[in-house]
Design a protein. Structure first.
Lengths: 234, 292
């Protein structure tokens, strides 16, 4: 479904990822892990069209998408939830969700993804009138994911969804990721909390200083002695 | 000074104030949307007034009827200005604020120069129109009909703008872009389209004001300068970027101007506006209704 081939992206003149090749198949949950500054966010931005690769290609459903403007990549079915969520803070929860379905305005089934959204995050349905900025960190993350779901993606990309969120809600969000996959979507998730994300992922890549250092089944990576020593502190 | 003359002055001031609000709202809209101050705002007004004048001269279209045409023409003009000038000015890698200032300032000088060349520096006016020169008496207060119609158009325009911003998908896209222009691509919105729409809408609102003002003001290449100053004060007073602050700011400016004219000699009638403006800047720099 998604294929990144030897992508090199520079960020303010510095090479952030170099020759990164990853694949995501339909229906998978794929995790991208690594320490701070390993290039995880740059990789996800390169796929989303927020950054352009200096060389290499990004292909989605057989079509090359690197160089396509970011909003058109969203329209093609890749939703991206950035690290800092980028909600519209002074608009209501409802307006944020309705902006998610902006591309389907005028269509009778515009609100269809709402069923899934409220099923995943019932608390959002109680806060529709509230301004997005008044939500807690965890609720804001739920809203950001929900807004992304309203665009009806085939591939959902999450950048550090656990950041700045209390542990109980982190688990809720990871459980939601599984349900999103079960609803027919594919998920690419960038995460520093390696132990937790490897439990829900099918496969994983580990980035180090902008290169793919290791890849494989999530369960194998989680039990790899080197990984356990270097990243999991075990 | 009798109570009747005071009421008379304040009523005229209120009407002008509503018109000032309409004059300024385009500036506030564009500033709020993308933090760009359009220094050619007065020249946009000048163009709208000339459009009204030429529609009258060549096709005998009464200003009242040409207002929607002028607004539509200004919409297209504003959107095109964004697409061919502002969009590129915003791509500046360094000193982006200065680049934007000089881009719109340069546009202002260019428009004035072109107006002087093509329209000549002559003062023009629309000699006779359906509304021009008429007054109406309401409870003993005499109101000039063009200003009254202008005030009604202003109220209607603000009402429509409110509905547009709060209740439509395009309005919501505009609000979202105001909040975070870099994030709208996440929901599939092209921010350039929204910016062009904002410039079109802001310019169309100046078109409405220009169409009304052409009825009772002289039309000449520099006409925008003095009104633009009022528009900047109105926007700063109401709160930069606040669309409905511009409405309130306009009313305040109109009333202060009328009050000053009652107390001070006519040549000092603008003093009151700038005094209030300075006061607001000192006491509440973000303006009366501005956020942050």
């Amino acid at each position: 479904m998604l294929s990144v081939r030897e992508a090199t992206t520079a960020y303010q003149g510095l090479v952030a990822i170099s020759d990164v090749t990853i694949d995501v198949a339909k229906g998978e949950i794929v995790a991208v892990c690594g320490s701070n500054g390993a290039g995880k966010s740059t990789l996800i931005k390169t796929i989303a069209g927020a950054e352009r690769p200096r060389s290499g290609t990004v292909t989605f459903d057989g079509e090359q998408i690197n160089g396509v403007p970011q909003h058109l990549i969203t329209a093609r079915g890749i939703a991206y939830v950035p690290e800092n969520r980028r909600l519209f803070p002074r608009l209501s929860v409802e307006d944020n969700l309705r902006l998610g379905s902006y591309m389907y305005r005028g269509k009778p089934d515009r609100d269809e993804p709402l069923k899934l959204v409220f099923d995943l995050f019932p608390r959002l349905s109680e806060r529709l009138e509230q301004r997005a900025e008044t939500l807690s960190g965890g609720e804001q993350q739920m809203l950001a994911i929900s807004r992304a779901l309203m665009t009806r993606p085939r591939l959902l990309m999450l950048d550090e969804p656990s950041q700045g969120i209390m542990p109980k809600l982190v688990d809720e969000i990871f459980q939601a990721v599984i349900k999103i996959r079960d609803a027919g979507m594919t998920v690419l998730i960038v995460e520093q909390r390696m132990a937790e994300v490897l439990e829900i992922a099918d496969r994983a890549y580990i980035l180090q200083t902008g290169r793919v250092q290791m890849q494989g089944k999530a369960s194998e990576i989680a039990t790899n002695p080197d990984v356990r020593k270097a990243y999991l502190g075990l | 000074m009798t109570a009747a003359t005071i009421i008379q002055s304040l009523a005229s001031g209120l009407l002008m104030g509503l018109l000032y609000g309409l004059l300024a709202v385009g500036l506030a809209l564009i500033f709020g949307l993308m933090d760009v101050t359009n220094f050619a705002h007065g020249e946009f007004l000048m163009l709208a007034m000339y459009l009204t004048f030429f529609l009258f001269m060549f096709w005998a279209v009464d200003p009242l009827l040409s207002i929607p045409l002028v607004a539509a023409g200004m919409f297209v003009f504003g959107a095109v200005i964004y697409l061919v000038i502002i969009r590129f000015a915003m791509r500046a890698k360094a000193n982006i604020g200065m680049v934007q200032i000089f881009a719109t300032f340069g546009l202002a000088i260019l428009m004035r120069g072109l107006a002087q060349f093509f329209f000549t520096p002559d003062y023009r006016s629309i000699p006779a129109s359906m509304l021009g020169g008429k007054t109406i008496s309401i409870f003993g207060v005499f109101l000039p009909v063009p200003q009254l119609v202008g005030a009604l158009i202003s109220i209607a325009a603000f009402g429509a703008l409110y509905f547009f911003m709060k209740k439509t998908d395009f309005g919501r896209a505009l609000e979202a872009t105001r909040e975070d222009a870099g994030a709208v691509a996440l929901v599939g919105i092209d921010k350039n389209k929204v910016f062009a729409l904002g410039w079109g809408l802001g310019s169309a609102l100046i078109g409405l004001a220009g169409g009304v003002m052409a009825i009772f003001f002289y039309i000449y290449p520099d006409v925008g300068a003095s009104f633009a100053l009022i528009a900047y004060v109105t926007v700063a007073l109401g709160g930069f970027g606040s669309v409905f602050g511009a409405f309130a700011g306009g009313i305040i400016v109109g009333l202060v101007e009328a009050t000053t004219a009652m107390i001070l000699p006519p040549s000092l009638k603008s003093v009151g506006i700038y005094a209030v403006y300075l006061l607001v800047v000192f006491v509440r720099p973000r303006g009366l209704f501005g956020s942050i």
